[in-house]
Design a protein around this ligand. Sequence first.
Ligand SMILES: [Zn+2]
Length: 284
Amino acid sequence: MIANPNEIPITDNHIHVDPINGKGPIKIAKEFYNSGGRVMIIPNKPSWTFGEPFNFKKAMDLAIKYSEEINENTNVKAFAVCGVHPAEYSKLIESGKTFEEGYKLVKEAIDYSKSLVENKKAIAIGEIGRPHYEVSHDEMEYQNKILKYSLKIAKEVDCPVQLHTETASEEQFKEFANFADEIGFNKKKLIKHFSGPYIKEEENFGLTPSVMSSKKNIEIAISKGTNFLMETDYLDDLSRPGAVLGPKTVPKRTLDFIRKEIFSQEDAFKIHKDNIEKIYKIEL
Ligand SMILES: [Zn+2]
């Protein structure tokens, strides 16, 4: 077991757990804890991963159930994030739904995530956003409509949004910042999941980057400031090993960077505690 001597609440801001295709919540939480990790923020996986396409409610309920299991059985604090992955909308269209029909179904599901946030079962809406693959112009218009609807709903309950998007450069950050401004959504609470080290305001246009925690990314990120979160996007899918970073990455990277004095203790507390508490309105 790796010690976390100052009990920094080391947080993976985007980590999945999946007992059907992977190791599941308890095993992953224990591996995470034993590497020094303390807080897992868990977005739901898409509905096809448990074999019930378009059962959006169940997808969200599962993320909540897994978070509760972690909280009851391990020393890790887990929080659920609930939403509809943009690929779900693509699949609705492929299945024969019209753009409007698909939009209506996703809107209903986003309304359900709102109720989960209101009932304190989830701390944010996500991952929502835009596909990371090419889609038709018409579909993209609807994906943007869904994104904006989700921001509107999140504003009503004053919760953050975790954004899944195509590989974002400054141009996309600017576009999403404009969406937020249009709706009056607090950009700090708009979290770009799977982000590169876009740390400065002139790079991220006021959004919060959740940086993929490769060594290089985090080195660049910390050289520019502490206004970021860390994540792995671990999928917990044994058929896709190495698709993303492993579940121990965030604690290992953080503790290693403290040892090497790339992070100060204050930096680590800022990233893992202050930033998380402020954005999600939770106490660690
Ligand atoms: Zn994800």
